[in-house]
Unconditional design. Structure first.
Lengths: 335, 524
């Protein structure tokens, strides 16, 4: 297994090099004038040229690329043309918020979606199945930002149960940063009240993010459970008179969840790159907003930096999923 | 980053904030319970960095106005210069020499006095970096033209008379020379000033989280006279305007600065909310390609400016007034009696008859910023208007960087190019020069229009210091521009700001009004 992990880590290198190459090529092929834009409407041609020189953008693209890779090896992801802040520092500031949101959303999706899928398969073509099917279609169809606004209106405006947005009330100082996840850092600081506050802020955006993967996971789990339930060994177990609950939980669920794992891995990556709308509605200071702003203004260093980080996380998430296959199904061998 | 000036126990606050599901945490109530007056401003724009000589945008202007001091400030409508670091000033008759007497009470956050040496250093740094707002004094102030007769006096010998000089000074901020010099690095202190400050303003940074909030606490050294009862001000980043509105309604924010017309409508009867809708020096117009393609023909341009449905443009803009010429209403020199084209299809057809293709039957191209619904609506109104004179319109949404790139030459510039122009300082020179002087050709504010007579008038308006004579010059300038018909004059959108009724002493200024100057404000 160690060899498998090592091999996958080595395979990551060409993936990341490919990503930087593609992003650099896109940066060059795109029309537009990012330097002129960053210099502002009143800059002279000399000032625009000076800004390009300052950021090394007057050099040939291969020199720019070499400089970037050189910096990358030292942990330097470049500097934003617009804010002039180091990209690595910005990503370090914004990534934990996005990761916390995505992990919370995926946790809700998995914890609710898998049992629901199991239930609807066992009671298929009966009312729990029909109800969940309608809800699943609704959850997949509803745009996340719209759902976010509805949640805000309902829980923050009318019921006043939950805060409108942000990660903590602005009056509250965040706990010392250890992981960057406020829910974890507040626990590390031993501050249960702060943990509760952070959790309340996380609730609505995480629910808004989770519904689409939840519905997909549920439907996927339902389909694979039905398939497994028709397998011979399940028939045999039933014929032997094993209790129904034991058959489903011990033999059916475990086998059915393997297929669902792939979807979970893919969704994790998809959510990482797709948080921007929820982040906008809930003022969640995450990577999605940062990347979108950079893309709109063609500020390429943050765009490349974010693409690299998300690419890296996506590969790591899928590696974890691959390893999980082996835990769930010992017949899976790493090669 | 934390500060000793903010002494609230986190545990105590959390006990208030997170008591239970049934209790919503409203920061304004929590601040009130804590006995501190903290003004919360909800805004969609993050503050790029803390360097007053490189950062731009209204969020940066907010930060600089509150953390740093300029020599003079502007207040009122129209904006008038008021003392800031300079308690008084004299101007020579020829408008070339300005002598500023610094307020002896002026003190940096470090406790050191603000001296003329700091002022000279700041202007020289701004000019040398040539970023941020330095363009406002480019060619007017030279490094060697600033001298210090003594520690409390600064004298500017301008390279040429510049009537708007006192209007641009509020946007050039003074840093403490010793603090920047001690952290100079190899980039004139730019890296250090990304996250540190060296100002003398009434507030200083108490804490900040990039992309979330900037909390400014009242500086212990605050020396400015007057002022309200604020202990601090928080610039909270709230991207979605609907959320800004909800925060205002719930009392979570005292001021929301990015509200839309729809937000303002729904706030009409909201209890505890005051709506501010005032005309700002911010114009929306549609530029035409006067140099290349069919619109190089002035008769076609005149036909078009008479075919446009201006009422529809105004209606689709929400709370807005129609422009009545190239300059914003209310600014010095604006001529309210100026005759500007309005929809008149007979006149439009008369001008069409003088063109090469009087019956139309051709197509023109209009670009707009993709995703900006307002601009898309205006493009559709143009489509409808041009049909009246037999012209088709191809509408092309573009990303803003692509729009900017299209301005490089008349050949790449589209037939119609919509643009917002915001005055950076309260003088007609700002919009006149940026939008109509030929030296700006190639940039997005005036990609192609060029008329030597108009250039001469703009230059005369810059150097003339007598207000009456300037008004005459700008009157002539407006008539000439209208006669050339380089633009379809659109609307002056009203600036839309929402306030809680607890905010006192708010005064609207039509320049950078969303960069709230917090010092005079109080919370009742």
């Amino acid at each position: 297994m160690l060899y498998f992990i090592l091999r996958r880590c080595v395979m990551l290198i060409p993936v990341l090099i490919g990503l930087t190459l593609v992003m650099f090529a896109i940066a060059r092929l795109l029309p537009g004038d990012p330097v002129g834009l960053a210099a502002g409407p009143n800059a002279t041609q000399e000032e625009i040229a000076a800004l390009a020189r300052e950021f090394g953008l007057d050099k040939p693209i291969w020199v720019q690329y070499a400089n970037y890779v050189g910096g990358l090896l030292q942990g330097d992801l470049g500097t934003s043309l617009l804010t002039r802040r180091p990209v690595a520092a910005d990503i370090a500031a914004f990534l934990p918020a996005t990761l916390e949101l995505v992990i919370a959303a995926m946790t809700i999706a998995v914890v609710v979606g898998i049992p629901l899928g199991l239930v609807t398969a066992v009671w298929r073509n009966r009312w729990p199945d029909y109800v969940s099917q309608v809800l699943a279609i609704g959850a997949i169809s509803m745009p996340r930002f719209f759902l976010g606004l509805l949640l805000q209106l309902c829980f923050a405006m009318w019921l006043m149960w939950l805060p409108l947005g942000g990660r903590l009330p602005i009056i509250v100082f965040p706990p010392p940063t250890v992981t960057g996840f406020l829910t974890i850092d507040t626990l590390i600081a031993g501050d249960l009240e702060a943990f509760w506050t952070a959790l309340r802020h996380l609730a609505m955006p995480a629910i808004a993010m989770s519904l689409s993967p939840l519905a997909t996971i549920m439907r996927m789990m339902r389909a694979s459970t039905i398939e497994v339930m028709n397998q011979d060994y399940v028939m045999t177990a039933r014929a032997l008179g094993l209790p129904r609950g034991k058959i489903i939980l011990k033999y059916v669920a475990r086998n059915a969840v393997s297929a669902t794992l792939t979807v979970i891995g893919l969704y994790f990556g998809w959510l990482l790159g797709g948080t921007v709308l929820v982040e906008t509605v809930f003022d969640w200071p995450g990577l999605g907003l940062y990347a979108t702003k950079a893309i709109i203004s063609q500020d390429m260093m943050p765009v490349i930096g974010v693409a690299l980080v998300i690419g890296l996380l996506f590969v790591v998430a899928n590696l974890i999923i691959d390893l999980a296959y082996g835990v769930i199904n010992p017949k899976v061998r790493y090669s | 980053m934390t500060s000793s000036s903010f002494h609230l126990s986190r545990r105590g606050l959390l006990a208030m904030a997170g008591a239970g599901l049934a209790t919503a945490s409203l920061p304004s109530q929590l601040f009130a319970q804590s006995g501190r007056n903290i003004l919360v401003v909800a805004s969609g724009q993050d503050i790029p960095n803390f360097d007053p000589h490189t950062a731009t945008g209204y969020s940066a202007s907010f930060f600089m106005r509150n953390v740093y001091d300029p020599l003079v400030r502007v207040e009122g409508s129209p904006p008038e210069p008021r003392p800031a670091l300079a308690e008084s000033w004299d101007v020579s008759d020829d408008g070339l020499t300005y002598r500023f007497n610094l307020n002896p009470a002026a003190t940096f956050h470090s406790g050191n006095s603000v001296t003329s040496e700091d002022v000279i250093y700041s202007f020289q740094r701004a000019l040398e970096l040539a970023k941020g707002n330095s363009w406002m004094i480019r060619g007017v102030v030279t490094p060697e033209g600033i001298t210090a007769p003594d520690a409390r006096t600064v004298e500017f010998q301008l390279a040429k008379p510049f009537a708007a000089f006192l209007q641009v000074l509020p946007w050039i901020f003074v840093v403490e020379k010793a603090a920047v010099e001690a952290n100079l690095g190899d980039d004139m202190g730019q890296s250090w000033l990304l996250t540190n400050t060296a100002g003398s303003g009434p507030f200083q940074v108490a804490r900040y989280q990039v992309g979330t909030l900037y909390h400014l606490g009242r500086a212990e050294t605050s020396w400015q006279e007057g002022g309200g009862n604020l202990d601090g001000v928080i610039w909270q980043i709230v991207r979605e305007t609907a959320t800004q509105r909800l925060m205002l309604q719930r009392g979570e924010a005292h001021i929301a600065v990015d509200l839309t017309s729809e937000d303002m409508e729904s706030l009409a009867d909201a209890p505890g909310v005051v709506r501010v809708m005032e005309p700002e020096y911010r114009t929306f117009s549609i530029k035409m390609n006067t140099e290349h393609g069919p619109l190089a023909d002035i008769n076609l341009r005149k036909a078009i400016v008479h075919a446009v449905n201006y009422e529809a443009i105004r209606d689709s803009a929400g709370f807005a007034d129609l422009m009545t010429g190239p300059l914003p209403t209310g600014i010095l020199g604006h001529d309210p009696a100026l005759e500007v084209p309005r929809m008149d299809l007979d006149k439009a057809r008369e001008y069409m008859a003088k063109t090469e293709r009087p019956d139309g039957g051709f197509s023109l191209r209009m670009v707009h910023v993709s995703g900006l619904e307002q601009q898309r609506r205006w493009a559709l109104i143009m489509l409808d208007s041009l049909k009246q004179i037999g012209i088709d319109l191809e509408i092309q949404p573009l990303k803003w960087p692509d729009m900017v790139a299209a301005c490089a030459s008349p050949e790449t510039f589209p037939d119609f190019f919509p643009v917002y122009q915001t005055a950076n300082y309260g003088d007609p020179d700002n919009i006149a020069f940026a939008a109509y002087h030929s030296s700006r050709n190639g940039g997005w504010q005036n990609a192609v229009y060029s008329n030597p007579e108009v250039d001469a008038l703009i230059e005369a308006g810059r150097t003339e210091i007598e207000p009456e004579k300037r008004a005459e010059i700008y009157g002539e300038f407006q008539r000439k521009v209208v006669a050339d018909a380089p633009d379809i004059f659109g609307v002056l959108e009203l600036r839309k700001i929402g306030l809680r009724d607890s905010v006192q002493n708010y005064q609207f200024t039509p320049v950078a009004s969303n960069a709230i100057q917090a010092w005079p404000l109080s919370i009742g």
